[in-house]
Design a protein around this ligand. Structure first.
Ligand SMILES: C[S@@+](CC[C@H](N)C(=O)[O-])C[C@H]1O[C@@H](n2cnc3c(N)ncnc32)[C@H](O)[C@@H]1O
Length: 259
């Protein structure tokens, strides 16, 4: 019988050997399981209420204000998937902060509250106004919804493909088991999880019809990712040397105007 754990590409981390289970990590890495359960429960409720609210407002009244519960649906799904993909594909790293709820910059909560307010005010003050009159409104909204779904999918698939090499905080010291990932979505762009997040956030603002939100998210996220990629890649070069340099020459970053 083979005793060495064999990891199938992109198989869930916890099932990779059939012998691992999360309790094995508990003595080494204290995790607040109750905190994780509570957040999952709250996100599940928010998702269900958001989805029900979106459909109820849309189908029962046809009011454009369905976008307010929609934002809660999109956000709760995003934060749940951040934890779930970490738990399934990088089990050791999964902890309360993996939800990115409180560890995120407070600017995230403020920006989303501002997005809700902008959507509410513009729809109350200028009902029926469209900020990009090139496409009929339903096509515009449907395209933005599809872009948001695609952005979310790219983000989550990137976390799956990076597996144990993915970490929510940029690593400046190489951990054992951190390997360079250049396959899957990492063969298309060097920073697929940032690309997915960037376009997901902008597409959500487009669904909301928020002009200010779209411009502000585009500017702030672009600056954030441009700076982060620079620091992250300096560290990756120090970890992987020529291998990373060659990968960088071959594959685009993926964020507009970042080389
Ligand atoms: C939040 S993840 C983001 C990964 C990547 N920038 C992306 O957008 O998909 C950050 C961690 O991923 C690691 N990382 C980034 N690119 C990597 C790659 N191609 N292979 C292995 N690790 C990588 C970095 O060392 C960092 O600690």
């Amino acid at each position: 019988m083979e005793d060495t754990p064999r990891r199938r590409p992109w198989s869930p981390d916890i099932w990779s050997t059939g012998k691992e289970d999360i309790t094995a990590y508990l003595p080494h890495q204290p995790k607040s399981l109750s905190g994780i359960a509570l957040r999952s429960f709250c996100l599940g409720i928010t998702f269900a209420l958001g989805l029900a609210g979106t459909l109820a407002v849309l189908l029962a009244t046809g009011s454009p204000l369905w976008r307010l519960p929609f934002l809660l649906t999109a956000l709760s799904l995003f934060h749940f998937l951040e934890f779930w993909t970490t738990a399934a594909y990088n089990t050791r790293a999964a902890e309360v902060s993996s939800f990115l709820l409180t560890s995120n910059h407070p600017g995230w909560a403020i920006a989303n509250a501002a997005a809700l307010l902008e959507c509410l005010l513009t729809n109350l003050l200028w009902p029926g106004a469209r900020w990009l009159p090139l496409l009929p409104a339903p096509y515009w909204t449907a395209s933005a919804l599809a872009a948001a779904a695609l952005g979310q999918a790219v983000r989550s698939v990137a976390m799956v493909h990076a597996g144990r090499s993915f970490n929510h905080t940029v690593q400046y010291r190489r951990r054992s088991g951190h390997v360079l990932v250049t396959t899957g979505v990492y063969a298309w762009v060097r920073h697929p999880s940032y690309v997915g997040f960037f376009w997901w956030a902008l597409a959500v603002q487009a669904v909301m019809g928020n002009v200010l939100g779209f411009a502000a998210f585009a500017w702030v996220l672009w600056r954030f990712f441009a700076g982060r990629i620079r620091r992250e890649e300096d560290a990756l070069v120090s970890f992987f040397g020529r291998e990373y340099d060659e990968y960088r020459r071959r594959v685009p970053a993926g964020i507009p105007f970042v080389r």
